[in-house]
Design a protein around this ligand. Sequence first.
Ligand SMILES: [Fe+2]
Ligand SMILES: [Fe+2]
Length: 113
Amino acid sequence: MGEVYKNDFVEGFVANHNHGSVSYTSVDDGHVHQCLDVSSPPMPSQDGSSHIHYTEGYVLFDDGHNHYYKAYSSPAISVGNGMHVHYYDFYTTENDGHKHRVKGVDQPMPGTK
Ligand SMILES: [Fe+2]
Ligand SMILES: [Fe+2]
């Protein structure tokens, strides 16, 4: 395939890629945490027709504590122009007597499935 640049159209599956994302947790106990994430490389989805990503890490420290998370993404969601994103919906660990929910999509990367 050669080099793939940010704006190239790529049909199908790109084996080696990961996704960054910038999001915030839900508001719980009167505060939010920023969530800066870089996913793992792709792995096959359950039915083999797409791929998913695993991710784990800490949300950013705020209000005197932080939280850990481990999550799997949705299969690839084609967003046009040969790019795809993934949807996330997970809960952090409980710390300081509460947990947070994180929902959203990550940054687009090349490939359509
Ligand atoms: Fe918190
Ligand atoms: Fe992906």
